[in-house]
Design a protein around this ligand. Structure first.
Ligand SMILES: Nc1ncnc2c1ncn2[C@@H]1O[C@H](COP(=O)(O)OP(=O)(O)O)[C@@H](O)[C@H]1O
Ligand SMILES: O=P(O)(O)OC[C@H]1O[C@](O)(COP(=O)(O)O)[C@@H](O)[C@@H]1O
Length: 319
């Protein structure tokens, strides 16, 4: 398949491994690594590793823009960069030996009106080549309009291209109104969007159903260690697997969405693939994305359930 991703706020991802983090202390890190990051960038990276044609549109500028492009160059992703005056951000992740992952995401460079216009023009030009999917992902940097993902979804629809969105906050609220074919919030993002806590399967399903009445196609809600729930035309399904100790959860959500779009079959089968790709990602350090060997090994451990009981607590889904 052919995928186009757009990441308005890409990043250089810096991961630092520590035994344990103590605020206010000097730490001697066990290891450190740097990778190309940002949600759409990661989606493109993992899809490319699975043999798909993946283009990634991203604004790039400054020393860290050059660094990001250099890191991305060997990864079979067709990078389509939009030059900007500001410098690409660095996001730092601290991973402790028990798998606890702490993320420090910078706001990103200011996008000027001309940058936003250039980004939109680039996406429109790329959509004209008729990819199978547009994936519009991640936070929006300062200066970007809150409805930027929504604009990309509408541009895709005008050209008959299916769209998937993974974002948060005001950008997520605006994207919902554009009715993407697939939305991938995590549990916290969904709760924030709806302005209420989500404790049970029924809470999550009702929240997802509400988004569907507003025009969203399938809602794929990732639940961290508790797997993921899918709500769509074929009903509700859950997939997850035995507890594991993550090496780094950075990029797991991106791999989950990518696996979902890669997969064929019933809704439950596509969900199972999504969860396998997410689980494979957490077993790799930093923002490293899994290849086919990792995702198929992870698939063997995935369990699925159609119509999980609405009273089940999300945190108990695995038991
Ligand atoms: N601690 C964990 N144990 C097992 N699987 C995990 C863990 N954290 C994440 N995953 C897998 O990665 C997927 C995405 O993780 P999640 O944290 O929900 O996404 P996001 O990174 O978007 O917040 C989950 O659905 C799950 O399959
Ligand atoms: O755009 P945001 O929300 O700040 O997130 C950016 C960060 O998210 C990532 O794309 C990882 O995302 P997930 O862990 O949700 O899959 C990192 O590569 C990047 O540093």
């Amino acid at each position: 398949m052919r995928f186009l991703t757009v990441t308005p706020n890409p990043s250089v991802d810096h991961t630092v491994e520590l035994h344990a983090l103590t605020r206010g202390e000097v730490h001697r890190a066990l290891a450190g690594s740097v990778e190309a990051g940002g949600k759409g960038v990661n989606v493109a990276r993992v899809l490319a590793r699975h043999g798909h044609a993946a283009g990634a549109v991203l604004p790039s500028g400054g020393v860290d823009g050059t660094r990001l492009e250099t890191l991305l160059a060997p990864q079979d992703v067709r990078a389509v960069t939009v030059p900007i005056a500001g410098s690409v951000r660095t996001n730092t992740t601290i991973v402790e030996h028990d798998g606890t992952t702490t993320k420090l995401n910078e706001p990103g460079p200011e996008l000027r009106a001309a940058d936003v216009e250039a980004l939109q023009d680039t996406v429109s030009r790329e959509l004209a080549a008729n990819p199978d999917w547009l994936v519009s992902s991640g936070s929006l940097p300062p200066g970007a309009p809150a409805d930027l993902h929504a604009r990309f979804v509408r541009a895709a629809r005008r050209l008959g291209v299916r769209s998937a969105v993974d974002t948060s906050g005001a950008a997520l609220a605006a994207a919902v109104e554009a009715g993407p074919d697939v939305l991938k919030p995590n549990e916290d993002e969904l709760a924030e969007l709806l302005g209420r806590e989500l404790h049970t399967v029924g809470d999550v399903v009702a929240a997802a159903a509400e988004l569907r009445t507003r025009g969203v196609g399938e809602v794929l809600v990732s639940l961290g260690g508790a797997g993921a729930l899918l709500v769509g035309d074929e009903g509700t399904a859950w997939a997850g697997g035995p507890a594991l100790v993550p090496l780094s959860t950075v990029g797991a959500g991106d791999c989950t969405l990518a696996g979902f779009l890669h997969a064929r079959g019933t809704a439950t089968q596509r969900l199972a693939t999504a969860v396998a790709w997410g689980r494979a990602a957490v077993l790799l350090p930093g923002s490293t994305v899994p290849g086919p060997a990792g995702t198929s090994a992870a698939a063997a451990a995935v369990r699925t359930l159609d119509d999980p009981h609405p009273d089940t607590l999300v945190k108990d889904l695995q038991r």
